[in-house]
Design a protein around this ligand. Structure first.
Ligand code: FES
Length: 69
């Protein structure tokens, strides 16, 4: 996953959870799909288990700690 406007992107890693992206950014997944973030804060899945990928849906909280990103 990458962000096109990375020079302006503010990204924070949530330990054991998602990437938190601030502001409007274009995110490209490994499949080449693009997703436009909106709103002040967007949580992007890092565990690969979200049913709402590329968004985090909280599923990472159900994983055992050793399986979390
Ligand atoms: S990081 Fe939250 S569902 Fe994957």
């Amino acid at each position: 996953m990458s962000t096109r406007e990375y020079e302006h992107a503010e990204v924070e890693v949530c330990p054991g959870g998602p990437l938190l992206v601030r502001g409007e950014q274009t995110v490209q997944t490994f499949d080449g799909d693009e997703y436009r973030t909106c709103g002040p804060l967007t949580a992007l899945c890092r565990c690969g288990k979200s049913a709402s990928a590329p968004l985090c849906d909280g599923t990472h909280k159900l994983l055992p700690p050793e399986k979390r990103p």
